[in-house]
Design a protein around this ligand. Structure first.
Ligand SMILES: [Zn+2]
Length: 83
């Protein structure tokens, strides 16, 4: 999960990303109830319709979660193609 590590490092070193939101993003991914592709805010890696993104203009937990999920999907694809 290099995206998770990247966001944690950004949070630690620059303060650009809120470390609590990185952890909340992981919480979203660990919840089996959430399908991020159909998330109510129309979230993507670059944009989200939630209040954090629209009004506070910060990188939100939904966008971070999608970035981490895409990273995991890419890792799984590389693993499948390794044979
Ligand atoms: Zn959001």
């Amino acid at each position: 999960m290099s995206a998770y590590n990247l966001y944690k490092a950004l949070a630690r070193r620059t303060g650009v990303v809120d470390p609590r939101r990185v952890d909340r993003a992981l919480g979203i991914l660990m919840s089996s109830k959430v399908d991020l592709k159909k998330y109510e805010y129309g979230s993507s890696k670059e944009y989200c319709g939630c209040p954090d993104c629209r009004f506070r203009r910060i990188l939100c937990k939904h966008s971070i979660a999608i970035a981490i999920l895409e990273d995991v999907d890419a890792e799984m694809e590389r693993f499948r193609n390794a044979d």
